[in-house]
Design a protein around this ligand. Sequence first.
Ligand code: ADP
Ligand code: ZN
Ligand code: ZN
Length: 754
Amino acid sequence: MHDPESVLQVALPLPLPRLFDYHPPRGMAAARELVGRRVRVPFGTQERIGLIADVGAAAGDVPELRAALAILDDAPMFHGELLDSLRWLARYSHAPLGEVLATALPVALRRGEPLPDTHAWAWQLTEEGATRWIGLRDGSKPRRFAELLLAQGPDGEPAAGSPARRDETALDDLLDGWRSAARALLKRGLVERLAVPASQLAPMPQPGPAPNQEQSIAIEAIHAAAGFAPMLLDGVTGSGKTEVYLHAIADCLARGRQALVLVPEIGLTPQMLRRFRERLGVPVHALHSGLNDGERARVWAAAWRGEARVVVGTRSAVFVPLPDAGLVVVDEEHDASYKQQDGIRYHARDFALVRGKALAVPVLLGSATPSLESLHNARSGRYLHLRLAHRAGDAKPPRVQVLDVRKRTLDAGLSPQLVDAVGAALEAGGQVLVFKNRRGYAPVLLCHDCGWSAQCRRCSTPERSTPMTVHAGGRRLQCHHCGARQAVPMACPDCASLALQPQGNGTERIEELLAGRFTDVPVLRIDRGSTRRKDALQRHFDALGSRPGILIGTQMLAKGHDLPNLTLVAVVGIDEGLFSADFRAGEKLAQLLIQVAGRAGRADRPGEVLLQTHHPEHPLLQTLINGGYHAFADAELALREAAGFPPFAHLALLRAEARHADAPMQFLHAARSLLDCKPLGTADGSPVPGIELHGPLSAPMPRRAGMYRTQLLLSSPGRRALHDALDAAMPSLYWLREARKVRWSLDVDPVDLY
Ligand code: ADP
Ligand code: ZN
Ligand code: ZN
């Protein structure tokens, strides 16, 4: 008989705000130790994998409950700090715990596969082998293999009689074709293979440059931190932030603790991993989207077992277990790739801070262009503010010049002065980066005779059309929002005219112009179109080497790679960013400009930056050029405060979409009345800051890939009020009749209001 008091409360990855009760599998008791383990359960006519979130009394009718089929783990996948932090994330994002836990688990484990092995394999002589190896033919592979398994005497010769272990990675380096020799000796019982802890063997750590004074102050401050200590390492590009991370990590390792380093998608390069491995002298586990499911699960398991001492990874690495945590680093903390844009919409930087607090370890956020949120926290004293105001070594800051192009004739959007400057930089032996944040050949295809232009059918509404971008030198049309593609029509579909003309400029058109103008140097275009494969970027850079040449690219080029010979950065086509309606547009543009400019003159050569614009007097550009990023941030924070935007207000965005325009509106109207009818007040009746509701309104992009999109924005000066309102309304939202006809989601602290 089952104990009626004791059922398993299982979190299943389903969009329902509840746990599911099951009896434990036959013959088992629902014990506390089961919490955090994976379980296979029947669900309808199917089976599902979930996590045991709790054990306790059943919520409903006990005799109706079904029994779980199997407990999949001998030990919890999540426990202690990580389980608590994930429960917090579920509450904060108002998302089902089952979905949050599934998001945090590598895909292979989500599917129910066992936690993979992480140990390395080593070989050694058996007792018999230790005496009989001498009988193997001199010079043969098996003899040489056996000799490798003998301890080395002081003269470097094998010392007979004392066996040694060698792991397989070491053997790969020592003897070609050792595996067949090993198999032959295994059959004869002379050697054996055994699992050993993941290789701790590593080259000696290489010394780095001696820290300068600013770096030393930062390193000392991190060293002195005790317990949870949020810190903003606010250092100009090339100031040596990575050096500071390396010192802090080495310090953490020396104390026997694990370090987690988060980097933006584009920042996790082989170059960067090599630098970490060489300098730290321990294996560095990388976790990123280029790994297959098995590899990801192995890295996760190595962290879970405490074997991985340094984990470097992109967004989802924030979920690795850290049983011996000592430090969390978030590099380029302002980067938009830390925000997950679908499913559970977490922010890896913010969750890293939550974990750091629960783990009682320092959290180091680094950036040359900190987010206004982090800067605000640093200035108000919540974060320790560490500054690196100068470039490291002998590198000089780049010289920035605004090119006023009003009334100039432009070719592919480039002014004659800009093209001349490119020529001069190449002449002087330097490399040039032309930055244009629009890929493709031209953003619009226009009929010169009747005014028709090519629109995406799936992303346009009668009120608002979305043009398709011209690609492939003018042969193909592509929608950058939904990916739709088609050939460029031979003639205008409206008037049959042949006068179809690409309007405006993308990176392809700039490439065409510059390749025609500078025929004796390589001209490389780098954007998502030309650089699909993971290693393509590296191969482009390798191909260029240190010769003079031109790189043309979108924001993929704004960071990640060191290009020591880059002497000129030319930025074109930023004007539309100056007038965007998005309240974060100014911040994003300022960050992009500073990061792109920071690519110039990283080593001993001085760098120059040209900013081509029709709005040279624009306050954003003026403040940025004359006062730098901090002057911009001051001005922007004042504007945000006056307008009641983050970080001075807290937002949540309820989105809904459907194939028909009405359903999402109806759903959000119903949601609004749920939120409206909960009067807010504290227990003692004193007034609390309430929430404001804006909408429902069409999204700034009202239709995408055939779906009509609407949104309801919630804002409040107080985080508490926002969450109280959501806590009250969310459970009912799932059961709204209107919810059945739409896809909806809640985004707490949205980054994009799109
Ligand atoms: P960031 O991460 O701030 O962009 P890095 O740590 O990558 O900066 O450093 C930029 C360059 O300066 C690198 O080539 C690095 O080796 C060099 N560097 C960093 N610190 C020093 C130092 N104290 N002395 C000399 N060179 C340094
Ligand atoms: Zn026409
Ligand atoms: Zn489209």
